[in-house]
Design a binder for this molecule. Sequence first.
Ligand code: FAD
Length: 386
Amino acid sequence: MYDLKIVIIGAGIGGLTTGIALKKAGYQVEIYDKVKELRPAGAGISLWSNGVKVLNKLGLGDRMAAIGGQMNQMQYRSYKDELLNDISLQPLIEEVGQRPYPVARTDLQQMLLEAFPGTVKLGSKCVGFEDLGDRVTAIFEDGNTATGDLLIAADGVRSTLRPYILGTEIEPRYAGYVNWNGLVKASEDLAPKNTWIIYVGENKRASMMPVGGDRFYFFFDVPLPKGTSTPPEAISKELANFFAGWPQVVQNLIKQINPLETNRLEIHDIGPLETFVRGRVALLGDAAHTTTPDLGQGGCQAMEDAEVLTRYLLTTNISVEDALKRYENERKERANAIVLKARKRADQIHGKEPEVTQQWYQQLRQESPLDVTNAISKTILGGPLH
Ligand code: FAD
């Protein structure tokens, strides 16, 4: 279809990638976000090859390579510092045709913002929409409106537009664990600079992966009941308690983090949803399929959404509604499967059934590195770009 005007709500990874893809396809695009200043939630993200391929197709491969970390190895160690598995990522890269890139979120967001050839209107909180039959109008809190041929709700886990599309409210599901994350200067006394290192034990994780700018993105996970909170200045102490007795490297990491710049969040997911689309309005990214970060796939799925939505608008010619239905059919199957797989993985990692987690620790010791990379390749190759 030609000459469409598209209104996107949300300038996260999903909204921006979609905006870039649709502009490249020749459409008019406007992006709106409620915040006055865009700041990414979270410090880092691992973009697996399926996400990177979407960026490659948008001409952003070189820029991604410049801000991404060189992650060549994955290493699992126990909380008693035994090496459980040392995995080269080279077979994965060869299998899927593109290396993954861990990246600082601010760098990724900056790159996407610079690549979007239009303006992102900030301070614009969308509160609803009106479907006019042949067009759709987004309505903002300040009384402004934006009308287009279609509306994309890329407004995240607590999406304002989702209830209008589903006809019902959905409460995100607590995944049973808290995640802390941030950035530290990379140093060999923490981990080899080309390695994603993951310490596991007691249903918890402590991990670092290299991002651009000679830094490690770190995260910690601990299963906790819903509703705990800690003031930022007490985070180092909290982590020191949870990880008491863990290896010296983990203690060094806790000493090096800046607690005031460390994010602490309860992990949630959403789905599987049966509906992503209503008429001329489509959910995209976390708004449609918030995913626990245990496969590192949530952002990559938002990028896949961008690719598939743009493809159907470009290559089919019945109607906007028809193209969106095709998008929904294709993405529902893929993204919902990832939500469920990540949920299962989150339970396995965080001791929902303690014996399952013990078996996983055992499996990590015995598994061949190729089995690990083949499983990741399979997830990557299930995406729309091969
Ligand atoms: P968001 O990034 O949430 O963006 C939504 C935007 O909409 C925001 O800017 C918000 O301000 C705006 N907005 C909301 N409501 C309104 C409104 N009413 N009007 C206007 N604007 C509005 N994914 C990976 O691929 N790899 C990883 O390694 C990875 N690690 C993760 C680690 C953690 C701890 C977490 C929590 C997630 C991780 N993810 C990862 C998932 C990834 O972060 C998300 O899937 C991705 O950021 C979703 O992007 P989005 O654009 O859909 O939503």
